[in-house]
Write a protein that binds this ligand. Structure first.
Ligand code: RB5
Length: 144
């Protein structure tokens, strides 16, 4: 189960990604928003990150206008490794090196087809472990 959420700036792309994932048989919990009224992106990051942290969902996708604000907010939440991805290479590395449990996308930055490729790449990549796990552990030491 994947968690997904957006603010108004990511609302359209978020909805397209939900449909795309569901068409591939991937279960998605859509935490909203459910319309394009203006909201504050930190509020939208919280339910998705909580679902990842409490393991209700395996990973999360967050979308705002640029992906920047929502990724900054998500990375303030203990346990979250949120990667802002606007290209496929970064999406692959986000899993292989950083073991990102959330990816963030810019609904006003990338088109839907690129977004689908980014999501697929991140979902299908594997964390490489080894030295990368040590580095990820050091990231979490910064939380304390
Ligand atoms: C909302 O206008 C916009 O600031 C937000 O979606 C996001 O781009 C913030 O980083």
């Amino acid at each position: 189960m994947l968690a997904i959420g957006s603010d108004h700036g990511g609302f359209e792309l978020k909805n397209r990604i939900v449909k795309y994932l569901e068409s591939k048989g991937i279960e998605v919990h859509d935490f909203g928003v459910y319309n394009d009224s203006s909201v504050d992106y930190p509020d939208c990051a919280v339910p998705v990150c909580n679902a990842v942290n409490d393991k209700t969902c395996d990973a999360g996708i967050l979308v705002c206008g640029t992906g920047i604000g929502i990724s900054i907010a998500a990375n303030k939440i203990k346990g979250i490794r949120a990667a802002l991805c606007s290209d496929v290479y970064s999406a692959k590395m986000a899993k292989e090196h950083n073991n990102a449990n959330v990816i963030c996308l810019g609904g006003r930055v990338i088109g839907e087809e690129l977004a689908y490729m980014i999501v697929d790449t991140w979902l299908n990549a594997e964390h490489l472990g080894g030295r990368h796990s040590n580095r990820v552990a050091k990231i979490h030491e910064l939380e304390n």
